[in-house]
Design a protein around this ligand. Structure first.
Ligand SMILES: C[S@@+](CC[C@H](N)C(=O)[O-])C[C@H]1O[C@@H](n2cnc3c(N)ncnc32)[C@H](O)[C@@H]1O
Ligand code: SF4
Length: 401
């Protein structure tokens, strides 16, 4: 998500084995209790959601895709949103049941659900575990009630801590999200909050810098001057301090904002960043499929009622599909892969491009970025250094010119 600079800890070599990028299923649940002022995800506030209709439509979308692509080994299922912790556990169970019937579940199939830590939603964690979820990612965001109010959240810090304790009891693997670099947040206040958070962390933690997304309420406030973000230098300091503290606690940054102990990286997100394959179902979901050497990008209808109607008419809810050209595939490999400490496999890059590296990327730009300690070529991989990952947009612009 956000970018800034960072200490020099490059991490060549793939995390968690890095063998095949894998195959996953992403399920987008587009409903939320309220719209957070910073969020531009495809989320909608609806008074009433007909869960059984949604369950039938999601299951049907899985069937349609399974008919199309045939048997596959399934490495991951991810319920994202929106707020999937608002789903009826029976809907979650129906999706898992159909996905693991139509596809062969990997022995270590990861099934994640994003959950908001209000007490009502936390109360459902036991039921979603019974439905088959084996990993949760809690949207804690902050451990300070004023900050939570500012972020428009529906939960308190005490509720977040209670949800974390419950997640630790119920799930062998859990993660939580924090948002930092908030207006007026001092480095000392963030350090104290992060320290507190570490006391409740397990194998995975995501720490995002607050970003102002176009069209959000925060965007409007920032434009009128009512919301002032910390300046770039403060943001960079906060980022560096975060990376250092989490690394010292054993939670290495395997991606710009994602930290994990060895073996605990989110397998589903690794499928995206390693340009693997996944089905995307639910409103606005994206997918990537490979067939006959071609890579296909799919995108579903964004509006919940439109997606539902399309899926009920017997489809997948897909709005567009496009075969990616070679250049687009190379760009995607780099844009996604350079977010990771492990970087990109050069042999794969060359195979996709059907060219040698020197013909894919400008050798002078490569040399300069290496000399500036932003990029490194090692052990058959091209990786951004920690400093490079912090300025990934600029680095990519220089590479892909
Ligand atoms: C789809 S959202 C959240 C899922 C869940 N509904 C929740 O709110 O906890 C995934 C994560 O992205 C992060 N996020 C979303 N918008 C952001 C922004 N503008 N700046 C920083 N982090 C953001 C939040 O940490 C959030 O938990
Ligand atoms: S941050 Fe989560 S709860 Fe808030 S609007 Fe976005 S998806 Fe919904």
């Amino acid at each position: 998500m956000a970018m800034a600079t960072t200490p020099k800890v490059a991490q060549p070599g793939a995390v968690d084995g890095g063998a095949s990028p894998g195959f996953g299923l992403y399920v987008h649940w587009p409903f939320c209790l309220a719209k957070c002022p910073y969020c531009d995800f495809n989320s909608h506030v609806e008074a009433e959601v007909e869960d059984p209709r949604w369950a039938r439509a999601l299951v049907r979308a899985i069937d349609r895709y399974a008919d199309e692509i045939g048997p596959r080994r399934l490495d991951s299922i991810f319920f994202g949103g929106g707020t999937p912790s608002l789903m009826a556990p029976a809907t979650v169970a129906a999706v898992i049941e159909r996905a693991t019937t139509r596809f062969a579940p990997a022995p270590d199939l990861e099934i994640t659900l994003e959950a908001n830590p209000t007490s009502t939603e936390a109360a459902r964690l036991e039921d979603v575990r019974a439905a088959g979820i084996n990993r949760v990612s809690l949207g804690v965001q902050a451990l300070d009630d004023d900050a939570l109010r500012f972020l428009g959240r529906e939960h308190t810090a005490a509720e977040a801590l209670a949800a974390l304790a419950l997640a630790a009891r119920l799930f062998a693997r859990f993660s939580f999200d924090l948002i930092y670099a908030r207006p007026d947040q001092t480095p000392a206040a963030w350090a104290a909050e992060l320290e507190r958070a570490l006391g409740h962390a397990d194998g995975h933690l995501s720490a995002y810098q607050l970003t102002i997304e176009p069209g959000t309420r925060f965007d409007l406030l920032a434009r009128t001057g009512a919301l002032r973000m910390p300046d770039d230098e403060v943001q960079a300091d906060l980022y560096e301090a975060t990376q250092e503290r989490l690394a010292a606690a054993g939670l290495t940054a395997y991606e710009i904002s994602n930290h994990a102990r060895p073996g605990e990286a989110c397998r589903h997100n690794l499928i995206y960043w390693r340009s693997g394959e996944w089905l995307g179902i639910g409103p606005g979901a994206h997918g990537r499929l490979e067939r006959d050497g071609e890579r296909i990008a799919t995108e579903a209808w964004r509006l919940p009622k439109v997606w539902l109607a399309r899926a009920e008419q017997g489809g997948t809810g897909e709005r567009t599909r496009a075969v990616l050209g070679r250049l687009e595939r190379v760009e995607e490999l780099l844009v996604m892969g350079l977010r990771l400490g492990e970087g990109v496999d050069i042999a794969r890059l060359q195979a996709v491009a059907r060219r040698a590296l020197a013909q894919i990327l400008d050798p002078t730009a490569l040399e300069r970025l290496e000399a500036d300690d932003l990029l490194e070529l090692r052990a058959g991989r091209l990786a951004a250094t920690a400093a490079g990952r912090q300025r990934l947009n600029a680095l990519l612009a220089a590479l892909l010119r």
